[in-house]
Each structure stands twice: as structure tokens, then as C-alpha cells.
Design a binder for this molecule. Sequence first.
Ligand code: ZN
Length: 250
Amino acid sequence: MTDNQPYKAGSNPFENNAQKSNSKYFKTLKDGDFNNLRFLKELDEFVKLPVHSFVKVDSNGQLIADARAANKSAGEKYVGSFMCIHSEENLLNGITCPLCEAGLRYSWKFMAPAIDRSDGEVKLFESDKKTIYTQLAEQFKTDGTITKTDFKISRTGKTQDDTRYAVSVVTSNIGELSSEEKELANKVDISKAYPVMAREQILAEIVERAKGKTNSDSSSQATTPIVPTVPVTPVAPAGPVATPEKPSPF
Ligand SMILES: [Zn+2]
């Protein structure tokens, strides 16, 4: 794995996905890049979701399992990130996650709205546990807050193996969030960025995105608001449940 980072600091590389969900994402950090930001939620208010990030299909539209991902094939295409629907509750109802089944791993993502100091916009920050989140957790343990500080998130390294993220304090003790700033947090709707989808919806959306059609509203209509509490366990898809025995294109 050289070109494509499976993990990006609080970003989503899929412009169309971002537009569709009306959410803004932090830019993808490359080697040497940094981003200054201010969190609008405390660490214990972050939303935790299981996410299949940067899902890829090959030229035949087949999902590329993690084991195959290292061997880049011609015509492969990114189709976005999806919330994993693997859960005990779903399993009991005979619903399995099509991405897990295809051999893709999910990871827990911790998400919160934050102000991007480079442009003043409110965006969705996301991190997996072992990188930025852990460093923020240390800060939270020491100070009991992460919202009274401007942080700098920086990246060094180009590949999955050598990439490190560093969290440092730019300005501390900038005071409590104002009511306006707290209000800004509502501009980021995580449930639209990661809608709860039924199995068939996920598969249909992948087919659609692989074709290059990006502005379907089918998924956003199926969204269920996610209550921003931690931890959040994977939830059952909203609405009618897809029949598992129906043959899938994957
Ligand atoms: Zn899954």
C-alpha cells in the first residue's frame, strides 16, 4: 500500500459524497501537512461509529477485499466510506454486512464537529483510535477539556507504515465555547455523512457510485438521526429490511 492511505486525518476524499451529505470534511493531510482546529465537542461527546473507509471496487464492480488492496489493479475505483452494519442484533435477524462479507475490515471512528482555523468553516473531524484520538484523550485526561484549546494536527510520512500524526497545542485557555460556537456544532450532521443503510441500500449505492452517478438521494432519505453519545453500537438499518437470500451483485 503506497499511494492510497487507508486513513486520512478527519477527511473524506470523496468530493461528491461530501456534497451529497451537506457535510464538510477536513482536507486530507499529506506528508508534512498540518491543520489547526478547535473542537466543538468534548472528547466524551465524540460519536463512535464502525466505518468501512475508502471502499474500492475493481473494473468489474467487485468489492476489493483488504487482502487484495495492496495489489493495485487497473480500473479500480473508490466508492466512498460506509458505516458497517455488522451487529449482534442484525445477525440475529439474519442481516449481515456486505462489506465485512467481502473481506473488508471496518475500524471504529471517533467523530466530532470542529472549526477549521484555515478557513473558519465548521467541519467533521474523524480519527481512528490509535492515532489522533489517543493523543486527544491524553490531553482530555490532563485538562478535563479539549474545547478550550486550539490544536494543531500534523502528519509526517507517506505510507501506512511510516505515517505518524502529532497533536500539539497551539493556544490553550481560549475560554469556554460561546453559545454561537456551540450552535455551529449543529451544522455538522454525522447521520448524513454516515447514514444508516440497509444491506441492499449499501450494495445499490456502491453500484451507483461505481457508475459515476453521485447525486442520488436514495440514501439520504433513509437516514436516521444518530444521537451523539459515546459509545454508539452499530444499529439495525432503518425501515424495511432487505431479504438476505436475494442474490447480490457481489
Ligand atoms: Zn461491515
